[in-house]
Design a protein around this ligand. Structure first.
Ligand code: GDG
Length: 496
C-alpha cells in the first residue's frame, strides 16, 4: 500500500483513537509497509474521515515506531509513538487488564497497578499534546473509547477553543463496580472535559450520570450535566452540589448506538463470487441440515464458553444430532499476551476438543473451530452459509457481528440468537433474546432457532433488517456530530 508524506498542516476535524486504521507490515522487498486493519471502530469512522478531510491520531500498533504523519488512501494519519513499556502498561495493562474487565461486569478480575495508571496518564497526555498540535483554531475533535478517557480534559486545558466529543464503545459500569477504580474521580473529570459524551445504551449514560453525581456532586437533568467552570473542590466531593448561579458549562451525555455500513454487507452478500463461496462452505462442511455460527474476538466477554456448554449438553442429551447440525466457531486472535486471554483460549480449546472427541464422526465434526482472522468477504460468506447466528455475549457495548449478519441476509432468512447483555438487543428486539448465564434457557433458545418455521424466520428477519438499514453507521456519526455542532452553536451564542 503506497503512502505519501504530507506537509505539516492543521485540521478542522480530528479523530483520536488508540489504534490507527492500519497495521505495520514487512513488504516483499523487506521494507516497512502498511495494510488496512479491520474492526468495528475503523469501519465506523472511515466514511466520516473521508467526508470531513480530517486527521486521524493514533498508535500504529508496534512499539517504538517513530513516524512522521503520512497519507494513505486519502486518510491523513498522525502516528503516536508508544514505547514497549507503555504498550505493556498503558495498553495491555491499564486498558485491557484494568478497565476492560471492570467495565464488563468484572467477568474477569481487574488488576489495579499504580504504575499502569501512571503510564495511562502519560500516554493520554501525549495524545492530547499531539491532537492540540494538529488542530486548527476552533476545530472539532472526536476522541474514541476507554483507552483515552483523560484526553478530553487534558485537551480542554491546552486548547479551550476546541469543540470536543467523546464516544465510549464499551459499557459504562454501574457505580457499585466503577467505584472500585482507585482513580475513578480522575476518569470522570477526564470525560467531563468533553462537550458531548456518547454511549451505546441509555443504561451506560445513566451509569455515567450517577458516577458524576456521586463523585462530583454536579446536577444532572436528563442528558445535561452542569459542570462549574471553576471547580473549587479539592479532590473528591461526595454529595456537595455546586453553588447556585456559579458559572458553568453544559456537558451532554447520551446514547448514540453505533452501527455498520449495512449497504456494504448487502452488496457483498449479493456478489456471485461470495454466494458461490457460501455454497462451497456448506458443501465442505458436509451439507448439514443446519449450520450454527459464532464469530467473536477470543474474549471472555463474548460468552463463547457458555455457548459451548449449551451446545455440548444438547448433543449429550440427544436433542441435537451431530450429523445434522454443526457449530462453526470463529475465534479471532485477540490480546494474546494478556494472561486471562491465554487462559481463556486454553479453556475453550480444551472444551472444543472434548466435544469433538465425544461427538464427531469420521468426516463430520460436531464443532468446526477456527482460531483465525478472515477477510471481510469470507466473513460475509460465513454469514450467508449460516442458518443460525449465535451472539451470546455476557456483556458487550453493542456487538456489530449481530448487525453484520442481519445486513448480509438479503434472502430474509436466518435466525439471530442474541444476548440481552449486548447493546444490539435494545434495537434488535425480534431476535431470539437470551440470558447466556441461564444454560437451560440458552439450550431452549438454540432448539427454538433450529425448529423455527420458515415464515416466522422470514418475518423476524425482515423486521431486524429494517432496524439495521434504518439505523446505519452514517446515522450514528451524523447524529453524534450534529449534537456536537448544536452544542457549539449554543456555546457561541451564549458567549456573544
Ligand atoms: C468494540 C465493543 C462494539 C471479527 N473477527 C474478524 C473480523 N471481525 C470484525 C467483526 C466486527 C468487529 O470485528 C467486531 O466488532 P464487535 O462489535 O463484535 O466487537 P469488539 O471488537 O469487541 O468491538 C463492541 C464495537 O467496539 C463498536 O463500537 O460493538 O461492543 O466491544 O466488525 O466483523 N473482521 C474480519 N476478520 C475477522 O476474522 N475481517
Amino acid at each position: 500500500m503506497s503512502t505519501t508524506a504530507p506537509s505539516a498542516r492543521l485540521f478542522d476535524f480530528i479523530v483520536a483513537s488508540n489504534r490507527l486504521p492500519v497495521d505495520s507490515v514487512v513488504n516483499a522487498d523487506g521494507g516497512q509497509g502498511w495494510s488496512r486493519s479491520p474492526g468495528g471502530l475503523v469501519a465506523a469512522l472511515e466514511p466520516v474521515m473521508h467526508s470531513h478531510d480530517g486527521a486521524w491520531v493514533g498508535w500504529a500498533g508496534e512499539a517504538d515506531l517513530e513516524l512522521d504523519p503520512f497519507d494513505i488512501d486519502g486518510l491523513h494519519l498522525v502516528p503516536v509513538r508508544l514505547s514497549a513499556a507503555e504498550v505493556r502498561e498503558y495498553y495491555e495493562g491499564f486498558s485491557n487488564d484494568t478497565l476492560w474487565p471492570l467495565y464488563h461486569d468484572v467477568i474477569a478480575a481487574p488488576s489495579f497497578h499504580r504504575e499502569w495508571w501512571d503510564a495511562y496518564r502519560a500516554v493520554n497526555q501525549r495524545f492530547a499534546d499531539i491532537v492540540a498540535a494538529v488542530s486548527a483554531k476552533g476545530a472539532v475533535v472526536w476522541v474514541q473509547d476507554y483507552q483515552l478517557q483523560l484526553v478530553p480534559k487534558m485537551l480542554r486545558e491546552l486548547r479551550p477553543d476546541l469543540t470536543i466529543g467523546f464516544f465510549d464503545h464499551i459499557p459504562f459500569p454501574p457505580y457499585g463496580l466503577f467505584s472500585q477504580l482507585p482513580w475513578r474521580t480522575h476518569v470522570i473529570e477526564g470525560l467531563l472535559g468533553a462537550d458531548v459524551v456518547g454511549f451505546q445504551r441509555d443504561a451506560d449514560a445513566g451509569n455515567f450520570a450517577q458516577a458524576v453525581r456521586r463523585l462530583k456532586g454536579y446536577a444532572t437533568t436528563g442528558s445535561r450535566i452542569e459542570v462549574p467552570i471553576v471547580d473549587e473542590s479539592p479532590g473528591v466531593r461526595v454529595f456537595s452540589p455546586i453553588k447556585r448561579g456559579a458559572p458553568s458549562r453544559t456537558v451532554i451525555a447520551k446514547k448514540f448506538p453505533i452501527s455498520i455500513d449495512a449497504d456494504i454487507y448487502r452488496a457483498a452478500a449479493k456478489d456471485p463470487g461470495i454466494r458461490a463461496r457460501a455454497r462451497q462452505i456448506r458443501a465442505d462442511l458436509g451439507n448439514p441440515a443446519m449450520i450454527m455460527l459464532g464469530v467473536d474476538r477470543l474474549d471472555y466477554t463474548k460468552g463463547i464458553r457458555h455457548r459451548l456448554q449449551a451446545y455440548g449438553e444438547l448433543l449429550a442429551e440427544g436433542r441435537i444430532n451431530p450429523t445434522e447440525v454443526i457449530l462453526v466457531q470463529v475465534a479471532s486472535p485477540s490480546r494474546e499476551r494478556v494472561k486471562s486471554y491465554i487462559d481463556l483460549r486454553d479453556e475453550i480449546e480444551l472444551t472444543v476438543g472434548r466435544i469433538n472427541g465425544e461427538y464427531s464422526e469420521l468426516g463430520h465434526q460436531a464443532i468446526s473451530y477456527h482460531h483465525h482472522s478472515y477477510p471481510r468477504e469470507e466473513m460475509v460468506a460465513l454469514y450467508l452459509a449460516a442458518d443460525i447466528m449465535l451472539v451470546t455475549a455476557l456483556r458487550d457495548g453493542m456487538n456489530l457481528v449481530a448487525k453484520e449478519y442481519v445486513a448480509s441476509r438479503f434472502d430474509d432468512d436466518g435466525v439471530l440468537v442474541l444476548s440481552e447483555f449486548a447493546g444490539a438487543s435494545d434495537e434488535l428486539t425480534r431476535a431470539i433474546r437470551v440470558n447466556p448465564h441461564d444454560i437451560d434457557g440458552l439450550k431452549d433458545a438454540f432448539m427454538r432457532a433450529v425448529e423455527m418455521p420458515h415464515d416466522e424466520r422470514r418475518s423476524r428477519m425482515r423486521y431486524l433488517r429494517k432496524r439495521v438499514f434504518d439505523n446505519d453507521v452514517e446515522k450514528w456519526s451524523n447524529g453524534f456530530l450534529e449534537v456536537l455542532a448544536h452544542h457549539r452553536h449554543e456555546k457561541d451564542t451564549r458567549s456573544r
